[in-house]
Design a protein. Structure first.
Lengths: 128, 194
């Protein structure tokens, strides 16, 4: 009888521990990953990404929302996965936007150089 | 009694079947996720692009590490969902590497163009300065010429004035001489009539 009682107590203890581990604080690593993703999305939003890489930024935002929701639902594995995806997509959006911005600046400069060359050639012919 | 044993046999059979099915289910390996091969292809493309290899080595390395991690998880744990997620991340990292390489390339181009523009501007300024100097020199020459002309005219004027003065003097002298001669002639005539 006593041994049975002990087994039941042990089982209850295990269950309680399991529950408490589930209901307690979320794993610090996951929380940190979600906030890193948040930061990356914020940073990308401040860059030219909304203009030049809107699809990637949109995807990152959706994935971040998924991570935050999973965190609320205490599905920590799912939250970590969404956060990883959101982070890399935010980085992709920012990098793509930067590349596009630089390309555009180069194209503009090339045009102004053409204009300068034309101007340099123009007064030379009627001058002589 | 017989009924009970039969029931037990049935129960064991059911349990055995369940265990057997679950064992088969465990030993049966899930198929390799497509995402893993997609990630491998994306990474290989990025790595074989010399621009990416030279301009974005860090991002490329990150893509490789994530891919290797995904492969490892697949080999060890066969966790399909985890591997799918990691593979997707690896693929995006390969994209990041490519975008970073494009960004660096565009930056280098921008730098070159900036230098070309500065050269052009400098040339234009030099040309303008040269033109201004030439103009100033021409103006100076013209002014010198005008000055010389004025000087020549002044000298000529002075000469003419001098000549005129001489002529006047000569004329006056001649007039005086003529007057004297006339006076003398008159005096002679007067003495003759007396």
């Amino acid at each position: 009888m006593i041994s049975k009682k002990a087994v039941i107590q042990l089982l209850l203890l295990c269950g309680a521990m399991g529950l408490s581990s589930c209901a307690g604080k979320p794993p610090a690593a996951t929380v940190s990953q979600v906030s890193q993703a948040e930061l990356a999305v914020q940073q990308a939003s401040k860059s030219k990404a909304p203009e030049y890489a809107s699809l990637e930024l949109y995807t990152a935002r959706e994935q971040l929302a998924g991570a935050q929701e999973a965190l609320r639902q205490k599905e920590y594995t799912q939250a970590r996965r969404w956060a990883e995806r959101a982070l890399v997509n935010a980085q992709l959006a920012e990098t793509k936007a930067e590349a596009e911005q630089t390309r555009r600046a180069a194209a503009e400069l090339r045009q102004s150089i053409e204009a300068l060359r034309r101007e340099a050639q123009k007064p030379a012919s009627p001058g002589r | 009694m017989r009924n009970i044993t039969r029931q037990y046999i049935l129960l064991y059979l059911v349990i055995g079947t369940v265990i057997g099915i679950s064992l088969v289910g465990c030993s049966h390996t899930p198929p390799r996720p497509v995402e893993l091969d997609q990630a491998r292809t994306a990474y290989a493309e990025a790595r074989d692009n010399p621009q990416v290899a030279s301009r974005a080595p860090v991002a490329l390395r990150e893509a490789e590490e994530t891919l290797l991690h995904a492969e490892q998880i697949w080999d060890k744990e066969k966790d399909v969902r985890e591997v799918q997620n990691l593979a997707a991340v690896a693929r995006q990292r390969a994209e990041v590497a490519r975008a970073a390489a494009e960004q660096k390339q565009a930056e280098a181009e921008l730098e070159e163009l900036t230098m070309a523009r500065d050269r052009l501007l400098l040339d234009a300024r030099t040309r303008e300065a040269q033109r201004a100097q030439e103009q100033a020199e021409r103006a100076q020459r013209e002014a010198d010429q005008a000055y010389q002309q004025v000087r020549a005219t002044i000298t000529q004027n002075a000469q003419l004035e001098q000549e005129l003065a001489y002529t006047k003097e000569e004329f006056a002298a001649r007039e005086a001489a003529a007057r004297e001669a006339a006076a003398k002639a008159q005096a002679k005539r007067r003495t003759r009539t007396r």
